[in-house]
Ligand binder design. Structure first.
Ligand SMILES: Nc1ncnc2c1ncn2[C@@H]1O[C@H](COP(=O)(O)OP(=O)(O)O)[C@@H](O)[C@H]1O
Ligand SMILES: CC(=O)N[C@@H](CCC(=O)OP(=O)(O)O)C(=O)O
Length: 301
């Protein structure tokens, strides 16, 4: 009886491997941008799962690039120092002190722990922010505010940037080595300043500029809800037009806004698939990439 069960289990496992085969072939040598949101990094187990999945992808011949967030971690550190985090449209208002905190948390803590963990798993990883050298250039980002009289104003929220260019060759050469590039959401401007950037928009820019096959957001929800706080309203596919209507009704708000804009921009620029999935589900990334069903919400245009 036991032998029979273990044989059945073994056959099931072989079935899973075979289901993955077409995806392994399809994604061979293809760039996949994974955005790992701070909200999903709830504990060490989640971090380990996501990094294991990323190493798996690299091992079967894909070219994963991991862009990480860390918003909640930055906020906690600000609060510990008596500062109050403030956001406009999902972007943190960033003064000098906040920028210093963001750099320490993103590079010295989160990025460094990812590099260390991946190397413990037997793979190479490099934080692209090495000694302040960064292959991403940014410029100051102003928020457009619509006034009641119909005019628009530019709101200055400090050292917040938007990506203007990347050194493609640097990313491509890292990808073709045995390395997994780890990308913190920081960049330098031609004005010599360092900018804090929403990690979703960094991921979208990289996906576009590198012609990625896929862009996956690992967050803390099962995708996008189409009714306010209604866990039964997650959708597997969302068209750009519906997304805009949900944004107008404020059903998509806060940290989900930059993610949805990032998905739309990436798909419009030719990235084949952009998904928002729950990174806290063990191995959600592998399920999304290597199985027929997929998980989370896919944005289409
Ligand atoms: N329509 C929506 N569907 C799902 N989540 C939403 C929606 N609108 C806003 N959100 C919020 O967006 C959050 C994810 O954004 P954020 O906290 O910035 O995550 P991350 O750290 O992954 O970037 C969710 O936890 C949820 O509270
Ligand atoms: C300008 C801006 O908002 N920068 C973000 C960078 C981190 C980030 O985007 O982290 P998540 O992906 O976890 O939200 C911030 O300071 O929170």
């Amino acid at each position: 009886m036991n032998d029979q069960i273990s044989m059945e289990t073994a056959i099931q496992k072989a079935g899973i491997l075979l289901e993955a085969l077409p995806y392994i072939k399809r994604f061979k040598d293809k760039i996949v941008i994974i955005k790992f949101g701070g909200s999903a990094m709830s504990d060490d187990k989640v971090l380990t799962n996501v990094l294991q999945d990323t190493v798996f992808m690299k091992t079967v011949g894909m070219m994963p690039i991991l862009v990480h967030g860390g918003g909640p971690h930055i906020s906690r550190e600000m609060e510990r120092r008596g500062l109050r985090p403030k956001f406009v449209d999902g972007h943190r208002i960033t003064d000098r002190e906040t920028l210093e905190i963001a750099k320490t948390v993103l590079v010295d803590q989160i990025g460094a722990s990812m590099v260390k963990k991946i190397s413990e798993m037997g793979n190479d990883a490099v934080c692209v922010w090495e000694d302040g050298y960064c292959p991403i250039t940014a410029e100051k980002h102003y928020i457009e505010v619509k006034e009641d009289d119909g005019t628009t104003n530019q709101l200055d929220i400090g050292y917040v940037g938007k990506v203007t260019s990347i050194i493609r060759e640097r990313f491509l050469s890292l990808c073709s080595e045995c390395t997994i590039p780890i990308v913190p959401p920081l960049a330098k401007g031609n004005d010599g300043e360092i900018y804090n950037i929403n990690a979703d928009s960094v991921a979208a820019f990289l996906a576009k500029a590198l012609g990625a096959e896929k862009l996956v957001f690992l967050s803390n929800t099962h995708g996008i809800m189409t009714r306010p706080n209604d866990e039964t309203s997650f959708v597997s596919t969302l068209h750009e037009d519906e997304a805009h209507s949900l944004i107008d009704k404020k059903i998509i708000n806060g940290g989900m806004l930059p993610k949805v804009f990032a998905c739309i921009a990436a798909v419009k620029a030719g990235v084949k698939k952009a998904h928002i999935i729950n990174g806290q589900i063990p191995h959600a990334l592998l399920l999304e990439i290597f199985t027929d069903k997929g998980v989370g919400t896919q944005i289409i245009v």
